[in-house]
Structure formats: C-alpha cells, structure tokens
Design a protein around this ligand. Structure first.
Ligand SMILES: Nc1ncnc2c1ncn2[C@@H]1O[C@H](COP(=O)(O)OP(=O)(O)OP(=O)(O)O)[C@@H](O)[C@H]1O
Ligand SMILES: [Zn+2]
Length: 609
C-alpha cells in the first residue's frame, strides 16, 4: 500500500518504535535482573589462591559455580573479583587460614508457582497488553497504517480495507476491450450528474470473468485508481464463517461502509464462493452461504447506483453463479478477460520490466513467443524469477539468459539438483525427448523446437522438449492437430523402436494426445463418422475442458472407437519417422546425454548436418 501522507506515517512509525523500545526494556528487566554497576574483574583460580595467601582478600562469597571476593588490587583500592569455582577440597582450610569473612550463597528453591508465574504468565500478560495497545492504536487512528483504514469485525479479522490503490490503467497491459468497457464506470464516478441529468442508469454490478491470473483484481484496482475513489476489497471466501449469520452481517457492514464513503468501488473477489447456484448446492443446503447470498442480493437492491457505489466482482467460474445474481439491477454486465496473446504477453512483460533493472539487449518478444498460454500473473512471476537469478549470479542487471532460465522454471519447475537417476533411466529419457524432437522436426508445418532438456525438475518432469510457434494459434487445421498428436507419440515411439521397452514416462503425452483426439471428434467435426455433429458441450471456457456429453451410451462407445483410430494412426506414423532417422536419433541422443540441455538451433544443426 502506498501512502500520500508521509508525515503521518512517520509519526506512526515513531510511535511504534518508541513502544517497541519500552517493551523491550521492560522485558529485559525481567529477564536479566541486577546488572552490576561496579566493574568486576575476572581472575584465574591461581591468582585467587595467591591473593588469599598474601592476605589481600577481605571477604569471600562462594556461589554455585563461581567465587566472588573483594580484595585490594595493585593500587591498594578495594575491588570486586570473580573466579570460577574449582573442585578444591582445601578451600575451607585456605579461607580459615587467611582469616577472611566468608559465606556460601544459600540457593533458594524458588517455589514452582513463582517460577510458573515469571516464565509463563508474566510474559504472556505483557505480550497481550502490548497487542491490545497496538490494536487500539490501529483502530483509533483514522488513516491508520499507510493511509488505509482497517476495520475489525466482531471476530477480530480484518474484513476489508478501503485504500487508494495507486494503480492505473497504465499498469494493466493489453486487455483493451475490458478497459474500454470500464471507462464508462470511471467517467460515471467522476461525473455522476452528467448521467443523472439525462436519466441514464449506471450498472450497479459488473462481473469480471476470466481465467486465473489474468488481472481481474489488478483491473478493479486500476478502475478505482483512475476514478480516484476508495477501493473496498473482500474475497468471497472471507464471507464464509463457521457461524451462521456472520457472513450476512459482514455484507451489511461492508455496504454501510461503502455507502458512507461513496463514490467508491467495492470489489468482491471469488464471488462464486458465495454466489454458487442454490440449485447446485445439493440436497443439504448450505445455510450460511444462502444467508450471505440473500443479504448481498438485498443490499444490491436496496441502494441506487446514483449514490456512486459500483460493485465489481471477479470469478473464473461464471457458470456456477446463481441466476438471481445475474438479473438486471445486479451483476447484469459482464466484462471478459482473456489469456494474453503474443503481443499482450510482450506488453505485460514490458510493464513489469519497468520496475526492475534490465540489460539493454533483452528480447522480450522472444520470451513472449516462448510462453503461449501463460497468464499475466505467470509473466509477472517470470520477470521476478529472472531478477532473482541475476542476483544469484552476481549481476546488477537482468540479462536474456536470466529470463530464459526463469522461463524454464515457469514452464517446467525448478531443477532438482539431488535427483538420482540410473544411467539406464537417463538414456531412456534422452531417447524419449529426442524422439519428440525429431518427429516434430520431420513433419511439415509443426512448431520449431526451442529447447530440449533432460535435467529433472521439481514439478516431477524428467525431461522436456519445448516447441514454440512464431505466432499465436487461433485456427488449427485438422493437419495441425494430427501433427501435434504424432509429436506427442514421438517419445514413446523412440523407446519402443530403439530401446525395445515401454516406460511410464509417456503418461502426460498420452493424456494430452487423447484430449486433442477427443476434441477433434466431439467438438471440431473432424471425424468421418460423426461429420459436424456436436457431441459435447464445454461448460467453462475459462477453466479448460470441463465438458458435458450430449450423446447416448451407444454413441459414447463409438466416439471412443473414433478416438482410438486417430491415436493408432498417429502412433504408427511416429514410429515410422523414428525408424527412418535411426542414425540421427543415436547421434543426437548421445549428445544430449552428455550435455543435458540443448538449444533448438543446436538440435536443428545436428539434424541437418
Ligand atoms: N494485463 C496485465 N498487465 C500487467 N500485469 C498483469 C496483467 N495481468 C496480470 N498481471 C499480473 O499478475 C498479477 C495477478 O493478477 P490478478 O491477481 O489481478 O489476477 P486475477 O485475475 O485476479 O487472478 P485470480 O483469478 O487468481 O484472483 C498482478 O498483480 C499483475 O502483477
Ligand atoms: Zn514425452
């Protein structure tokens, strides 16, 4: 959170510092009582005995582990000395002989109750007092920490914070359609009379819909930032409490606050957790959620948008939302956010590159090309991983190699340095990956190989072959789909043809290939048998392939047959390509075994040689 009131913040920090220091001093007092004011000199036992024999010692206190005594020092001044207590049976005789005052410390068995109090109760009480004090301070001061205002509900949880977000549309790369749709809201918050005069009604609720990490939260903050209005934020899951009624109370509280601060933006993240259709919740209804949802609906009906409260909500599961939430006057507008295309990815990388130190020759377009399907959050993370790697390597700027390293982490996970693989496994993995690569390269119109690696990763990946397209793929032809499936078959095919075994290493390939083949049959009308008949419908375009079958059981079995046909065809084709390129397979796999990674250029160079 950023603040626009530095003096206030400074004062706040000063208070905090002073309180902390006082607290520490008090604590210290209890932990180490009795620091001596007089300097105490430490001497060895022999010196003690010598001083005793020479009659310099005046009085002696024998303690558990040490002996404290007063004596005249070199200048004849009386001082306090200590020495470690030795196992010395003649000590008493020596002391009597020297005729000094001496006593032994009486070790008091302090009562366990007192101990318990000192060790447990007192520190706890102090901590509690300190905590209460800080809480009071936070609540009491309007504008609390960093200029934001916190509110503590009955259960002492922070339920929402209104703050200046400090974000603007410049922080959101791409997503132009979404921005345009939201400009109207900003204009309205700036200038409500204009809308009132003409009688136009602003929508009360806008639903931001899109896959995870596409910047829904960021965009909502940017709207508040552009409109310069307070931003109230809460996540749907925070409404859900164990006790019935708490969620509803929070909704009421939130809307009271928001209306008092209007014009403002209220942002509800993960609205699907409260807004899930009441029909979908099954026989055992969820009372708490129903109450919370009803309260939300009531509140939305109860205020008019003229006041200037606009509610933005985010979800990546729009299909589960209760229809009541989507009626006119509630969340009746939907702004879709998409995963960024190649230009969008580059723009997002550029936005995040601004906040770090980049070497002049980094090529963000190259990175954008290598990250199809990545979200804005992934890309922000990529830049950060790159920065961390640069630091680790002792650089002061992020170079292309740092970004490439980060890209691998985002796609495949961290390197597993201590993974122990047998020679045999390593060889299998090398042939498997080169199998993918050669099958890909030997087909026309498939994406070029970018990188091949057989370094195990924390994600469980043992090796990978990365391909990247020059442009984003919007329309995929039947051939392109087949090419992809054949490439997936390349790994297992190499194992079969060359090593004469099959391993579990192809599990992910099998799954991915089957998903494509099934979609070709059920959704894209690419099978002879079913022509252009829709066999499946996709429930949620934002979360991959959650599909509902539209067909009878008999047809289902026929679909399976069609899918199998495609898979078998592709598998044969892949084996054929491997057989035709045996010498190259051996040559490049051996090279990879030695080097563990190779670039796309290196691979193509060896293949074409
Ligand atoms: N278009 C974008 N431009 C710049 N940065 C982006 C963009 N999209 C996402 N990001 C980065 O990703 C981070 C996460 O995005 P955000 O939390 O807004 O996504 P979200 O859609 O709300 O995700 P979720 O559904 O997981 O809550 C942002 O803080 C930002 O750093
Ligand atoms: Zn594979």
């Amino acid at each position: 959170m950023e603040s626009k009131m530095p003096p206030k913040v400074n004062k706040q920090w000063l208070n905090f510092a002073v309180t902390t220091v006082i607290f520490l001093i008090v604590l210290n007092f209890f932990i180490s009582p009795g620091l001596d004011e007089n300097p105490v000199m430490e001497v060895d036992y022999k010196a003690f005995v010598t001083m005793l024999e020479e009659g310099d010692v005046e009085s002696v206190l024998v303690e558990e582990n040490r002996i404290e005594f007063t004596a005249l020092d070199d200048e004849g001044v009386e001082s306090t000395f200590i020495t470690g207590r030795m196992e010395d049976p003649q000590l008493t005789d020596r002391l009597l002989l020297a005729d000094v005052k001496f006593e032994k410390e009486i070790i008091e068995e302090s009562s366990s109750l007192v101990n318990f109090f000192l060790i447990w109760i007192l520190p706890m009480a102090l901590l509690y007092a300190f905590w209460v004090f800080m809480m009071r301070r936070l609540q009491g001061k309007v504008g609390g920490l960093g200029g934001s205002e916190m509110k503590f509900g009955k259960s002492n949880v922070m339920i929402y914070a209104a703050s200046e977000t400090g974000k603007t549309f410049a922080d959101v790369a791409g997503q132009d359609e979404a921005k345009e749709a939201l400009w109207e809201v900003i204009d309205f918050l700036h200038n409500p009379q204009k809308y009132r005069e003409i009688g136009a009604k602003m929508p009360k609720g806008i639903l931001l819909v899109g896959p995870p990490g596409t910047g829904k939260t960021l965009l909502a903050k940017a709207v508040a930032g552009e409109a310069r209005v307070p931003f109230f934020s809460i996540s749907g899951s925070e409404f859900m409490e164990m006790f019935v009624g708490v969620g509803a109370a929070r909704v009421r509280d939130l809307f009271n606050q928001a209306q008092a601060k209007a014009p403002c933006i209220v942002f509800i993240d993960e609205i699907d957790t409260i807004g899930k259709s009441r029909n979908l919740s099954g026989i055992t209804g969820n009372d708490e959620r129903d109450q919370t949802l009803n309260q939300l609906l009531n509140e939305m009906d109860g205020f008019s948008s003229e006041k200037g409260v606009v509610i933005l909500a985010a979800t990546n599961k729009p299909e589960v939302l209760d229809k009541a939430l989507l009626r006119p006057g509630r969340f009746d507008r939907r702004v879709p956010l998409e995963l960024p295309d190649i230009a969008g990815r580059q723009a997002i990388l550029e936005v995040h590159a601004k906040s770090v130190k980049m070497d002049g020759d980094v090529d963000l377009k190259e990175i954008a090309r290598g990250t199809p399907g990545s979200s804005g959050a992934d890309l922000a993370n990529l830049i950060n991983e790159g920065a961390l790697h640069a630091i680790k390597e002792g650089r002061s700027k992020i170079t292309q190699s740092d970004l490439e390293y980060a890209l691998e982490i985002i796609l495949a996970g961290y390197q597993r340095k201590n993974a122990i693989l047998s020679k045999e496994d390593k060889r299998t993995i090398a042939y498997h990956e080169i199998g993918h690569a050669i099958v890909a390269a030997k087909q026309t119109d498939s994406a070029p190989v970018n990188k091949i690696s057989i370094i195990p990763r924390t994600s469980g990946v043992l090796g990978y072959t990365m391909q990247s397209e020059e442009t984003d793929q919007v329309l995929l032809s039947r051939d392109k789909f087949l090419n992809k499936i054949i490439t997936y078959m390349g790994g297992r095919s190499a194992e079969e043809v060359i090593l004469n075994t099959v391993t579990s290493g192809a599990a992910n390939d099998i799954e991915a290939a089957t998903a494509i083949a099934r979609a070709m049959v059920t959704r894209y009308g690419m099978s002879e048998k079913f022509d252009m008949m829709a066999l499946e419908t996709i429930n949620n375009p934002y979360l991959g392939t959650d599909a509902t079958s539209l067909v009878s059981n008999e047809t289902s079995a026929e679909i399976d047959d069609e899918v199998l046909l495609i898979i078998k065809f592709a598998h044969e084709k892949a084996k054929e390509i491997i057989r035709e390129n045996l010498p190259k397979m051996h040559e490049i796999a051996n090279h990879l075994l030695e080097k563990e990674t190779m670039s796309g250029e290196e691979f193509m160079e060896m293949l074409m040689r």
